[in-house]
Design a protein around this ligand. Structure first.
Ligand code: ZN
Ligand code: FE
Length: 747
C-alpha cells in the first residue's frame, strides 16, 4: 500500500467535490480522507498504486458537473499511517483565502424532477437546489463557502433537509443553501401598496393569472428582480415601455423550454446548445417572421434575446402560463439591478402592479449574461450570471496583487493574485450615485472574498470616469499603491491578447464608441502596433467634430451634419435633398455651422461608433437614438450580402480619410445600399491595414465588433486567407472586457 496527497485548486467548493471524491474512492477501493481548506480540496489516498492511478484518471476526466479544476498536484507520502476507511473530514482553515467562488447556476434536471414529483417533500418548493445547481456568488458574504457565511445563515435546516445534508451519497450532501418549504425561505406576493396577497405556490398561481390579465410583476430572481409581463400582450409590453421610459431598447424574453423558443424563433444547433446549457444565458437569436410575440419587444430588429427559465420559481410559474414572458432587469435608468423588495416598492411603484418576493437575501446582485453565436462561436456580450465571477488560471504567479478598475460603461473589475485572475460580473454603467456605490461595493466584496489588498491599481486615462476617480481615491488612502493608467483602446486590444494568451507584437485595430485618447481627443478608430507592455498608434480615423459633445451621441444626425460640414460648403448643404439635412431646420444648420467653424463645444473624435451613427442618419434610419448601439443594430438589419461594393477612402499622413465616402454616400438613397456599402468599407479598411502589416497577428476589439454581420464577414475572410487573427469570444469586446485588458498589461 502507498500514500498519496492530492491538492486541487479551482472551482472545487460548493460543487459537490468531496462527496464525489468519497464515492469515487469507495469505487476504487481507496482508504484515506478528503477535506476542504480555503485554497481548495485535499485528498489523502491510502491504496495500491494502480488504484490511485485509476482514481486520478477518472477524477480528471470526469469531475463533478460544476467543478473546474485549475491545478491538481500529487505527491507520494512516506511513513504515513494506515487507514481503514475513506472519510470526509471537516473544513480546515489556513490563512490563505484563495478559494475560487462559483457563479450561480440554473436549476438542474434532478431538482426539476423533485419540484414536479408529488411524492417529494420539495414538490412545488420554489427555492429548491442541490450541489449541482442554485445560487452561489449571489448569496455569499465571505469564504469559506459554508452556510453560516451565506444569506441562508438564519434558516435552520429541518430534520429532512439535515438528513440529506449529512448523507455523502445524497446530491444535497453539504449543499449549503438547501431548504424546503418547512424550514427555508418562502414566497410572498404583494400588491404595489404592500398588501400581502398570497404565499408560496398559491402566490405563483396568482402571479400567472395576473400576467395573463396583462399586469406587470416584479419577480425576485437569482441575482436580482426582473420586471415581468406577457410577451404576447402588446398592451402590457407597451405599458412597460412607457412606464419604464424605454422607447426602443430590446427586452429579453423568457421561455418555458427549448420547444417554446422554437415556436417563435429560428435557432441553430449551436444556439440550442448554449440556450440549454447549465448557465442558461440570454442568447440573441433570429425571430420568425410572423409570430404572436409583441412587436414592441425589439422594435425594428430581427433578433431577440431569449432565455430558458432557470430557477425553480420560474419553472413553477411556467406550469401555469401558456406563453413566453418579458423578463428584464428591474432597475431605473442608469441604476443597477434591484435586489431588495423595499427598493422595488420605493423606486418602481410607477411601473409594477405586483411584487413576488422571497426572504432569502441577495447579497451580491448579478445580471443575466448575454451571448451571440457568430460562426459557431459563443461570443459573450455580457459576462454575468452563470459565468461570473470568472476565474482564469495564470501560468505564472503574479508578484504583486493587481486590481483593474475597468471603464465607465459596462463596468467590471478584475483582480490578479498568485496564479489567479478573476473577472467580476457585469456591474453596469457608472452614471448614477447608486451604480457608483454598487461598483465600490463590488470591489470591497472581492477584496473581502480573497483577503485581497491591491499593490498595483490599473485604471483608464479618462479623468472623469468614476472608476478612475475611485482609483485615485484608493491611491490617496494608501500612497504605497502603484497607480497605472492604460489608454482605453489599447486596453481593448489587450483584452483579446489576455484571452488568447498572446505575448508578442500584434496589429491591433480598436473600433469603438468613445474612449479618452493620449492627445485628449475622443478616440475610437485606432490602429496600433502593440505588445503587452507598450503600443504605438500607427493610424487612426481622421478626426471629425462632435457638434455639442455628448449630445451628438444621442443625435446621430449631428455627426452626419458635421461630416457634411467637413466636405461641403454651407450653401451646398442647404440645397441638399438628404435625410440628415432634412432632419434639421435651416436656422439649426446655420447655428451648428457657426459652432463647427468656431470649434465651440465640438470635441474632436476618431470614433467608428460615431461613424455608424452618421450612416444611420444618412440612410434615413435613425436621426436620434434612444440606447447605445442602436444605430449599429439597425445597420445590421439592412445589410444585403449580394451588394459587394464599398465606398472609397484614402490613407494619408497615417490617417484614414473618409471624405470620399461621404461624397459618395449622399448620392445613394437606398437604406440597404448605404448600410451594405458602409459595412463593406469598414471591412475593406481592416483588410487593407491587415495587408500593410502582413507579418503581425491581427487583433480586433472594441464595441463596434459586437456587430454580428461585421464579425461574420471578417471571420470568413481571414479564415479563408489563413491569417493569424484574434477577436474577443469569452471576454466582451465592449467596455465589459476592459478591466481584463488593463490587468493583462501588468501581469
Ligand atoms: Zn439541483
Ligand atoms: Fe470602449
Amino acid at each position: 500500500m502507498k500514500s498519496f496527497l492530492i491538492q486541487i485548486t479551482g472551482i472545487v467548493q460548493g460543487v459537490g467535490f468531496r462527496p464525489f471524491v468519497y464515492n469515487l474512492a469507495i469505487k476504487h477501493n481507496i482508504k484515506g480522507w478528503v477535506n476542504n481548506d480555503d485554497r481548495g480540496v485535499n485528498i489523502l489516498l491510502y491504496c495500491l498504486e494502480s488504484d490511485a492511478i485509476n482514481f486520478i484518471k477518472e477524477l480528471e476526466l470526469n469531475p463533478p458537473k460544476l467543478a473546474i479544476i485549475h491545478k491538481l498536484k500529487i505527491e507520494e507520502i512516506t511513513n504515513q499511517k494506515e487507514y481503514k476507511s475513506f472519510e470526509i473530514v471537516e473544513s480546515l482553515n489556513s490563512n490563505n483565502k484563495s478559494t475560487i467562488i462559483s457563479p450561480d447556476m440554473s436549476i438542474c434536471d434532478d431538482c426539476i424532477n423533485d419540484i414536479n414529483d408529488l411524492d417529494n417533500f420539495r414538490y412545488s418548493y420554489s427555492l429548491t437546489n442541490c450541489i449541482n445547481c442554485g445560487p452561489r456568488y449571489s448569496i455569499i458574504n465571505t469564504v469559506p463557502y459554508d452556510r453560516v457565511n451565506t444569506s441562508m445563515a438564519s434558516f435552520e435546516m429541518c430534520e429532512d433537509c439535515k438528513k440529506e445534508y449529512r448523507n455523502p451519497t445524497n446530491r444535497r450532501y453539504h449543499a449549503q443553501p438547501i431548504s424546503c418549504e418547512k424550514c427555508g425561505p418562502n414566497l410572498t406576493l404583494y400588491s404595489s401598496n404592500r398588501d400581502i396577497i398570497k404565499y408560496n405556490n398559491e402566490a405563483i398561481k396568482e402571479v400567472a393569472a395576473l400576467i395573463k390579465k396583462g399586469f406587470i410583476i416584479a419577480i425576485k430572481g437569482m441575482g436580482g428582480f426582473h420586471l415581468i409581463c406577457d410577451a404576447l400582450n402588446e398592451k402590457s409590453v407597451n405599458k412597460l415601455r412607457v412606464n419604464k421610459n424605454r422607447p426602443t431598447k430590446p427586452y429579453a424574453v423568457m421561455f418555458k423550454d427549448l420547444k417554446s423558443i422554437k415556436e417563435y424563433t429560428n435557432i441553430t444547433l449551436k444556439e440550442e446548445e448554449i440556450l440549454s446549457s447549465k448557465e442558461k444565458p440570454i442568447v440573441l437569436v433570429n425571430k420568425k417572421g410572423n409570430t404572436a410575440l409583441s412587436s414592441k419587444i425589439a422594435p425594428n430588429v430581427n433578433h431577440i434575446g431569449c432565455f430558458i427559465s432557470y430557477t425553480p420559481l420560474h419553472h413553477l410559474l411556467f406550469k401555469y402560463l401558456d406563453g413566453p414572458i418579458i423578463a428584464t432587469s428591474a432597475n431605473l435608468k442608469d441604476e443597477p439591478i434591484i435586489k431588495d423588495k423595499d427598493e422595488v416598492f420605493a423606486k418602481l411603484e410607477h411601473i409594477v402592479d405586483f411584487i413576488l418576493d422571497f426572504n432569502r437575501d441577495i447579497v451580491n446582485a448579478c445580471d443575466d449574461s448575454v451571448i451571440q453565436v457568430v460562426r459557431n462561436r459563443n461570443i459573450k456580450l455580457r459576462n454575468a450570471r452563470g459565468y461570473a465571477p470568472t476565474s482564469i488560471k495564470l501560468e505564472n504567479k503574479v508578484e504583486k496583487n493587481i486590481l483593474a478598475m475597468g471603464a465607465n460603461q459596462k463596468s467590471t473589475i478584475s483582480l490578479a493574485f498568485e496564479n489567479n485572475l478573476i473577472l467580476s460580473p457585469h456591474i453596469g454603467d457608472l452614471n448614477s450615485i447608486e451604480s457608483v456605490e454598487y461598483f465600490e461595493r463590488t470591489i470591497n466584496t472581492f477584496k473581502n472574498f480573497y483577503d485581497f489588498e491591491p499593490q498595483i491599481i490599473v485604471c483608464d486615462k479618462h479623468p472623469n470616469y468614476e472608476s478612475t476617480k475611485f482609483a485615485f481615491k484608493l491611491k490617496n488612502i494608501n500612497p504605497k499603491i502603484e497607480l497605472v493608467q492604460v489608454q482605453h483602446h489599447y486596453a481593448h486590444i489587450l483584452s483579446v491578447m489576455a484571452e488568447h494568451k498572446l505575448d508578442k507584437e500584434v496589429l491591433g485595430i480598436a473600433f469603438d464608441g468613445t474612449g479618452y485618447g493620449d492627445d485628449g481627443n475622443i478616440w475610437g478608430g485606432e490602429v496600433f502596433i502593440a505588445n503587452k507592455s507598450t503600443y504605438k498608434r500607427v493610424n487612426h480615423i481622421k478626426y471629425f467634430k462632435l457638434l455639442g459633445g455628448e449630445m451628438a451621441v444621442k443625435e446621430p444626425k449631428r455627426v452626419a451634419l458635421s461630416l457634411l460640414f467637413d466636405n461641403f460648403t454651407l450653401d451646398e448643404i442647404l440645397l441638399m435633398d438628404n435625410s440628415c439635412v432634412k432632419a434639421f431646420k435651416i436656422n439649426e444648420i446655420k447655428m451648428f455651422h457657426t459652432m463647427w467653424q468656431k470649434a465651440l463645444n465640438t470635441p474632436l473624435t476618431s470614433s467608428v461608433g460615431r461613424l455608424f451613427d452618421a450612416i444611420a442618419s444618412f440612410a434615413d434610419i435613425l436621426q436620434t437614438q434612444s440606447y447605445e448601439g442602436e444605430t449599429g443594430l439597425q445597420i445590421e438589419q439592412y445589410y444585403d450580402a449580394s451588394i459587394k461594393e464599398n465606398y472609397s477612402y484614402e490613407i494619408s499622413h497615417n490617417q484614414i480619410d473618409l471624405s470620399l465616402m461621404i461624397k459618395e454616400i449622399i448620392l445613394d438613397n437606398d437604406k440597404k445600399l448605404i448600410c451594405s456599402k458602409f459595412l463593406n468599407t469598414i471591412v475593406k479598411i481592416i483588410e487593407d491595414l491587415s495587408n500593410t502589416y502582413k507579418n503581425l497577428p491581427l487583433v480586433i476589439s472594441g464595441g463596434v465588433f459586437q456587430n454580428r454581420i461585421l464579425l461574420e464577414i471578417l471571420i470568413d475572410k481571414f479564415e479563408k486567407q489563413g491569417r493569424e487573427f484574434y477577436f474577443n469570444i469569452d471576454i466582451p469586446a465592449n467596455d465589459g472586457g476592459l478591466s481584463i485588458g488593463q490587468i493583462y498589461h501588468k501581469i
